[in-house]
Design a binder for this molecule. Sequence first.
Ligand SMILES: [Zn+2]
Length: 335
Amino acid sequence: MEVRPVDLRVYSEELRPLLPPKIIDVHVHVALAEHVGSISEARKRENWAYEVGIDQSWDGLWQNLRTLFPDKDVRVLAFGVPLREVDLEQNNQYVLDGMSSSKDKARALLVTTPQCTTSAIEEAFLRGYSGIKPYPDLAPPSNGEPGIYDFLPKEHLELLERFKGVLVLHLPKKERIADPTNIRDLTELSRNYPSVKIIVAHVGRSFCLPTAQRALPYLAGLPNLWYDISAVMNADVIEYAIHTVGLDRILYGSDLPITLIRGYREHVGETYINYTDGDYSWNTNRKPPEVEANYTYYLYEELRSLIEAAKRVGDERNVVRRIMCDNAAELLDWH
Ligand SMILES: [Zn+2]
């Protein structure tokens, strides 16, 4: 990865003073390019992130983390790339192998499809995975948008319940976490599977405040739901989440390697606009070169938002430490 003077300045002046010495990142993707295969042009147009480069080897990850956080001890909860094009069997095995040789710096989740048998998932737990990472893109093709149970069958949840496993859940549907079906299903999951540790990815894809406002008040108080802030580059959302579901429910995630792209995000109502200097087909809305020259990684922008939110909440050092380390250490019993 490329390092520019702006990155060093942002890290040393803005981030480093407030980041804890130990960090747990609960949302990292690891895959070799050969696992991912080729994603068609039509599919790349479905989601801006597919074009950004989604493979990251274990060595690449550790190197990226040393570059991003040179003086910090970072541990990760890692999983493969959950897309249809990926050879999941190979990718899952690669994730497990890297976790096993990480000297307790990593834990792993199994990427599952709805076709996975419960015995395969049970075996995965016995081999050392901490839980599963299902994904809407792996739901069987249908006319409408999939619901949670379309890519996460109840048999999988029953097994997770038995193993008290971790579930990193990327919510489906255009309305994101604010979709009434998602709110109903999350409430039901929490009630029916009380031992499953449910981590709702990207605060339920609340990249913009109105999305969070239409959902989190209904989910506050559910005892086994947590929220990772990966790819949330919006201090308003993080501040609101802390106030609404509680500081102890919020976890740091990076969504590496996607968040290595440079730029920032503007939030307008319920939509966001990605600005970047990257050479992507969707990147047609550019800022002047002198503005782009100051772009740093999206991940640093996420951390800037976290720090801004923590300052508004008060006792910012403690807030950042809870989110970036203590909450996950407690949840995963990883001290
Ligand atoms: Zn992700």
